[in-house]
Design a protein around this ligand. Structure first.
Ligand SMILES: O=C(CO)[C@H](O)[C@H](O)COP(=O)(O)O
Length: 269
């Protein structure tokens, strides 16, 4: 399930043959298969190649973006990057960046962001995204809407034929009468085509609601069929009083870097 991507120069092969042959070694050895986390790290490191000294940077959230933040901190400590200002997209990333000594600010002080690097839960062939399964969609959307370039980093498992094909599309809602808002979302898409479900901590149906960094709840929409007109769906969700934001990031990504078994590919808008 690969979107047609433009290979990077040489399209590095990530599935490498094991070490040099010794006289006792078999003629060929099994390929080294990289883990999903190693693929995420490769995509993240490629994205950090876009970072230049003096930039204001949106720092993404999640297991892929974490590698990018680590890499930026390494380059700062090595003196290869200077005068970076990071704008974290979550409390968790704020903590990570702070602990690594990355100078931090926010959109109030730095409303123009040069570049944001973040992961995604789904990417379609038009570079539309689902984000927010980690719960940080609101701050991510605010910061990534304010940036000149938005580089998305994923392993190939995130590529989908259409948005909503592979899991939840999160909607951040105010806690006040969340059941009412959940019900309106459910009615909007119909019981036959969608399941709207409050996100809770843990697996139990009776667990406490998951609370976002902004003190809100999340209703996850599980679509059973193609959403169709994404812009219309986005507008309809945002018109609903009680909804704060949703996890469809339409037309926002300027570049998507995908690390997969057969190499790293990059697609630009
Ligand atoms: O949107 C997000 C958090 O709100 C993440 O970017 C998204 O969930 C991808 O996470 P990961 O890199 O861990 O797969």
């Amino acid at each position: 399930m690969a979107i047609p991507c433009q290979p990077l120069i040489g399209s590095e092969k990530l599935s490498m043959e094991a070490g040099p042959l010794s006289p006792m070694a078999p003629i060929s050895q099994p390929p080294v298969i990289l883990t999903q986390d190693e693929l995420k790290k490769i995509a993240a490191y490629k994205a950090v190649d876009f970072v230049q000294s003096g930039m204001v940077l949106g720092l993404g959230t999640g297991s892929t973006a974490k590698h990018a933040v680590d890499r930026i901190a390494d380059l700062l400590h090595q003196g290869k990057l200077k005068n970076i200002i990071g704008i974290p997209t979550s409390k968790k990333t704020h903590q990570q960046a702070l602990s690594l000594g990355i100078p931090l600010s926010d959109l109030d002080s730095h409303p123009n962001v040069d570049l944001a690097i973040d992961g995604a839960d789904e990417v379609d062939s038009d570079l539309n995204l689902v984000k927010g399964r980690g719960g940080s969609l609101l701050r991510e959307k605010m910061i990534e809407s304010a940036c000149k370039k938005f580089v998305v980093i994923v392993d190939e498992s995130k590529l989908v034929p259409h948005i909503g094909a592979n899991g939840a599309m999160p909607v951040e809602v105010v806690p006040f009468c969340w059941k009412f808002t959940q019900e309106r979302l459910q009615e909007m898409f119909g019981y036959a085509d969608c399941l709207a479900k409050l996100r809770r901590n843990g697996d139990s149906e009776s667990g406490e609601p998951f609370v976002t960094d902004n003190g809100n709840y999340i209703v996850d929409l599980f679509f059973k069929k193609d959403i169709g007109d994404l812009k219309a769906a986005s507008d309809a969700i945002l018109r609903l009083a009680g909804v704060v934001e949703h996890g469809m990031f339409l037309g926002m990504a300027t570049t998507v870097i995908v690390a997969g078994e057969f190499g790293v590919t990059m697609k630009n808008k």
